[in-house]
Design a protein around this ligand. Structure first.
Ligand SMILES: O=C(O)[C@H](O)[C@@H](O)[C@H](O)[C@H](O)COP(=O)(O)O
Length: 240
């Protein structure tokens, strides 16, 4: 297992800054060593952290490739589409995120979930190489109130998938039901994985994962040869 760090900052603004500086460092190291930066994004409150933090960083944006740790199989103009949410950020305020749509590797919402997963898996291998454990430079993850991360839910059969990097789910307990997600082998192959979160609403689950070490999906994120970083505000860390 790689190295785990838990960073506790005072406020949500400090979480945003810490996350932005970590992304900047990882991006610039990846670009320096490998000529490109491959980052996996999630939805939820992470989008707000990134919309506030990314414009402050200094990097060669043209060398970024963005994929999704998971995505809902819904049209891009649906409020449930994670790409849709980021796309609105690209367009707002003259571009809150300094990236272009063509830099995103998207799950095709015109396909059914299984076909969309196969199509997304092909796009991921074209970028990262074949296999069940492609190596992203950085994955930014969220954690739901049940301890899920990506579309890996507690007790779900997808947690035992080890033979592929990408899988479909059509019975997600959290709507919408049809999604495409990276699997645990792909998540744990990352060079770095980061959970960033804030607020008292996260405190119980943060305790269950980080202190009690319950085998919830978020706790199964343990990059085998990479960094794991949790960035919390004081409210989210209150029960550690
Ligand atoms: O598709 C989903 O189920 C959500 O996008 C999910 O993955 C999200 O990251 C967590 O539920 C945390 O959400 P918050 O960051 O908004 O608390």
């Amino acid at each position: 297992m790689g190295k785990e760090e838990v960073i506790v900052k005072e406020t949500v603004e400090d979480v945003t800054k810490e996350l932005a500086s970590l992304v900047e460092k990882e991006a610039n190291e990846a670009i320096q060593s490998r000529g490109k930066f491959i980052i996996g994004l999630s939805g939820g409150s992470l989008v707000n952290f990134l919309a506030a933090g990314l414009p402050t960083i200094s990097t060669d944006w043209s060398l970024w490739h963005v994929l999704f740790c998971d995505e809902r199989v819904v049209p891009f103009n649906s409020d449930d589409s994670t790409f849709g949410v980021y796309r609105r950020q690209l367009k707002s305020n003259g571009g809150a995120l300094p990236l272009t749509e063509s830099q995103f590797l998207c799950v095709d919402p015109a396909l059914d979930a299984d076909t969309a997963a196969a199509d997304y898996a092909a796009k991921v291998s074209a970028l990262l190489g074949p296999g069940r454990a492609p190596r992203c430079d950085l994955l930014l993850l969220g954690m739901g109130p049940d301890g899920h991360t990506c579309s890996l839910f507690p007790g779900h059969a997808l947690l035992s998938v080890t033979d592929r990097a990408v899988a479909a789910i059509t019975d997600s307990p959290k709507p919408p039901p049809a999604r495409v997600t990276l699997t645990l082998p792909a998540v744990n192959a990352a060079r770095a994985a980061v959970f960033a979160m804030a607020g008292a609403g996260k405190a119980d689950m943060v305790r269950r994962v980080l202190r009690d070490r319950e085998p919830l999906p978020a706790a199964l994120v343990q990059p085998t040869d990479g960094r794991l970083v949790w960035i919390l505000d004081q409210a989210a860390a209150a029960k550690l």
